[in-house]
Design a protein around this ligand. Sequence first.
Ligand code: NAP
Length: 326
Amino acid sequence: MKAIVQRGYGDPREVLELGELDRPEPGDHEVLVRVRASSVNPADWMTLVGLPHVLRLASGLTRPRRRVRGKDVAGIVEAVGRKVTRWQPGAEVFGELPHGAYAEYAVAAEDALAPKPASLGFPEAAAVPLAGITALQGLRDIGGVRAGHRVLVNGASGGVGTFAVQIARSLGAHVTGVCSTGGVDLVRSVGADAVVDYTREDFTRDGQPYDVIFDLVGNHALSAYRRVLRRDGTYVAASGMPGGDVLGPLPYILRVALPSVRGGPRMKPLTAKANPDDLATLAKLIEADEVRPVIECAYGFPEIAAALARQGEGHARGKTVVTIAS
Ligand SMILES: NC(=O)c1ccc[n+]([C@@H]2O[C@H](COP(=O)([O-])OP(=O)(O)OC[C@H]3O[C@@H](n4cnc5c(N)ncnc54)[C@H](OP(=O)(O)O)[C@@H]3O)[C@@H](O)[C@H]2O)c1
């Protein structure tokens, strides 16, 4: 099968090439998916460039052991393992893989997938899993967002942020989105009640208390976030200020996770993890027209290096998707 193969860590245009690999075989509880589309996430970029270095302890010291990137998948079940009960060949699915979607075929655990929302094409469906799950779990599970809450999404114009604004709205919250000037119209168009352009204003100084801050950037001191949270509010960190090439955002996330002795707002890190129930919840929100993926760019299979380079620039507006086969 054709796949985009990663030869080492570095610039996508230098380390990725179109290659031929053996088609993977599904294990007993796995499904072989004929991949129709995938998308690009910061996690793909990080494994591509091998940053922060600490991640290489898991992915491979000098080059990645798993050579095909791509976590989001939308496609058609081609074959199922001996003990799979949830799927039949021909089912249209979407979901999140540990890796491997930038290829004609990928193997998925049977519970990493859910039925593709019927109203979405494959590229749109591939925009949903990782970013949508992150937004859903960050707001609903960690943030405990409820109707009437004032919620701030820092990084509202990106892949996760555009889902987060819509999901917070669907939970009944009043939503403030923080983005740069170029993202203001987009963030308003996905339903933000208020938008803060961070190039002109600092939301940590506006004195309005929030019930939940969902942070996809991590560019302020923790004390600054506390200052604009209600005493019983919650700060959810999905990302953190990079602390250098070796550890990246890890020190920041550890600081968030440390129990506080001074009381006040809860400070919580997020590690999102896909599951079929949450994928089904996202599909329902999509079918109810409460959530739509925002697609910024669509690339073809041979152009994945360009799609990843775009991700690496760090100024995404919504999601970048990749069509693997039409
Ligand atoms: N913890 C988890 O489980 C988990 C899961 C998924 C993602 N993440 C992390 O969450 C972060 C966001 O992911 P993503 O997929 O949304 O990334 P993305 O699509 O690349 O979007 C990042 C967005 O942040 C904006 N931004 C940059 N600097 C900003 C600032 N100072 N204030 C406000 N916005 C700013 C960018 O736009 P402008 O540059 O135009 O402002 C861009 O729209 C990443 O760090 C990712 O690694 C964590």
